[in-house]
Unconditional design. Structure first.
Length: 202
């Protein structure tokens, strides 16, 4: 074999051995290229975490703000409730005061009547004086919304009457009716102030 052919064969073998090395080196370049998307993903994840952290901080700040507003409203409502209770107590107190003031002139009349009765021996004049005072008292009670119940001959109603006795009815049409009232009942506007004590026919 000539030296020329020998050298060509040798060079050809060297090319065969060196070619795979170039192929082996190519994946290393691809690995480097593959690393770039991973870094981008990491940066994107960091950005997402930062965004979520920012949203969390904003949510916490909003919750804290609403909590302070809630506590303020609760304190304001508590003050309002206390004020309403005080005003209600004052209204009740003042209403009772006005009612009692209205009784004082009637007490004065009773005192004058007692003095007149001690100085007079006429029963009729004493009776008339008592009637005047009684009528004045009833008129004042009516001005305050207090009225006596009409019970005699009415149907027995446990909402208004308290039966303290059951007596034979003189006739069938009086059964279940109020035949006698031992103590008057009174209404305060539309509310029962005191039940009437009655005897009912049976």
């Amino acid at each position: 074999m000539s030296d020329k052919n020998h050298n060509n064969k040798k060079n050809h073998e060297q090319d065969k051995h060196t070619a795979p090395k170039a192929a082996d080196e190519q994946p290393e370049v691809m690995d480097i290229l593959d690393e770039e998307p991973e870094e981008a993903e990491v940066e994107a994840e960091l950005d997402e975490n930062a965004r979520l952290q920012n949203e969390l901080d904003e949510a916490r700040a909003e919750i804290e703000k609403e909590k302070k507003e809630y506590l303020f409203l609760m304190a304001d409502f508590d003050n309002f409730r206390k004020r309403v209770l005080k005003e209600k107590a004052d209204i009740i107190k003042n209403a009772a005061e006005r009612v009692l003031q209205g009784f004082l002139p009637i007490v004065d009349d009773f005192e004058r009547g007692l003095v007149a009765a001690a100085e007079s021996s006429e029963a009729e004049s004493i009776r008339k004086g008592m009637e005047l005072i009684y009528n004045k008292l009833i008129k004042y009670l009516q001005s305050q919304g207090v009225k006596a119940m009409e019970t005699d001959g009415a149907d027995f109603n446990p909402d208004f009457h308290e039966a303290i006795a059951i007596i034979p009815a003189p006739s069938d049409d009086l059964k279940g009716k109020v035949l006698d009232t031992t103590q008057k009942g009174y209404m305060l506007n539309d509310k029962v102030l005191r039940h009437a004590k009655v005897a009912v026919g049976q």
